[in-house]
Design a protein around this ligand. Structure first.
Ligand SMILES: [Zn+2]
Ligand SMILES: [Zn+2]
Length: 101
């Protein structure tokens, strides 16, 4: 019987199964929608200053690998609209704003 707390390997590291499934789901949420405005989300490693995360490891916040999408509103994710930190910018994206396209 699998439970959400089971430990699985994802991106080469051990994590809870529900976290891994959530991060896998996040890879399908390629855009942020705000009304009629649809923007492609910025992938981990494609951020520009001041959001750059150095090195080649996983995102220290959501365990996304380089070139993957962060968990929506990860504190290391850059907003594709105003290019500030998406979790604290004025664009008012919510996790529900992340969508398939
Ligand atoms: Zn992240
Ligand atoms: Zn923004």
């Amino acid at each position: 019987m699998m439970s959400p707390e089971d430990i699985v390997i994802y991106n080469g590291v051990e994590m809870r199964r529900d976290y891994a499934e959530s991060l896998a789901e996040a890879q399908t949420l390629t855009h942020y929608r705000s009304g009629d405005d649809l923007r492609s989300r910025i992938r981990f490693g494609d951020e520009t200053y001041p959001m750059v995360t150095h090195g080649s490891g996983l995102c220290p916040c959501c365990d996304a690998a380089r070139s993957q999408l962060h968990e929506p509103l990860c504190e290391r994710e850059q907003c594709p609209r105003c290019f500030q930190q998406v979790m604290s910018c004025d664009c008012d994206y919510l996790t529900d704003s992340a969508c398939h396209s």
